[in-house]
Design a protein around this ligand. Structure first.
Ligand code: ZN
Length: 262
């Protein structure tokens, strides 16, 4: 019998798997901008392929849009919204997204989704993202040694303490998300990379690239520039863990955090 396909097994306390069978576990929405800069479009298209493969067997269903919904009920159909280099720009889109997240929505943002500066004019987003404005970046895109800040979190517990991530452009923010008591930093660019870059060189500074704001069911991942985002198994595992945690586990973990008064 092909257990992997027929999924007839009963889930019991001593059975080591929970086969979904015909049960769709959750619904996801992916948002990307086909008119973004070409290196972001490259990443986004590869990301859509990557997450499509995670949907094999319909453990989850998903939709893809090129515009952020401007109505709360359009977002509330989804357990998780993944923004691939696309941040809501219009006032009604921003308002709908704020309401969705404040009411327990799930979010994963990649790379330019977190980009904001003095012209963004969206204070709620900085409170949500948990850091300040864009400060600087390395250029050109290049691989980097990263450090896992905690291996206690479900997103990072299967990752090595240090590993090399594929080439990308990485943003430093000011103030750093690490200065925010509500933020748990998960992965950072190692200071061993400094001086980091060839044309544009980052010389120093606190450099988190993956974190969660514990007040929300969210993860931000700064990777997302160019066509190498999915060539590395360790980084792919990080992305899968992040997607899985936000979609399936984060609600319980946030409840536990709040119950403990943290
Ligand atoms: Zn970029």
């Amino acid at each position: 019998m092909m257990l992997c396909c027929t999924a007839q097994a009963q889930v019991t306390d001593n059975y080591p798997a929970d086969y979904a069978g015909d049960r769709i576990r959750f619904h996801a929405l992916f948002i990307w901008d086909p008119n973004a800069e070409s290196a972001h479009v490259e990443f986004d298209q590869q990301a859509l392929h990557f997450f499509h493969k995670l949907s094999y067997g319909e453990g989850f269903t998903y939709d893809v849009r090129t515009e952020c919904p401007n109505r709360l009920d359009s977002l509330q159909r989804y357990d998780v919204v993944v923004m691939l280099n696309a941040l809501p720009q219009a006032a009604d889109q921003r308002r709908a997204f704020e309401q969705y997240m404040e009411q327990g929505g799930g979010w994963i943002g990649f790379h330019a989704t977190g980009y904001n500066d003095k012209d963004t004019h969206w204070p709620w987003f900085n409170e949500f993202l948990g850091c300040g404005i864009f400060l600087c970046n390395n250029w050109p895109p290049q691989p980097a040694l990263v450090e896992v800040d905690t291996q206690q979190h479900p997103i990072t517990r299967t990752l090595p303490k240090e590993f090399v991530v594929p080439a990308s452009e990485f943003y430093q923010f000011s103030p750093s998300p690490r200065a925010n008591k509500d933020v748990e930093v998960l992965v950072s660019i190692s200071p061993k990379n400094y001086p980091f870059g060839i044309k544009d060189i980052v010389l120093f500074g606190d450099f988190p690239i993956v974190w969660t704001n514990k007040n929300y069911r969210m993860v931000y991942l700064n990777m997302g520039h160019g066509d190498e985002g999915f060539i590395d198994a360790t980084q792919n595992l990080l992305f899968t863990n992040a997607f899985r945690w936000v979609s399936l586990e984060a609600t319980e973990s946030i409840k536990a955090t709040k119950a403990n008064g943290k």
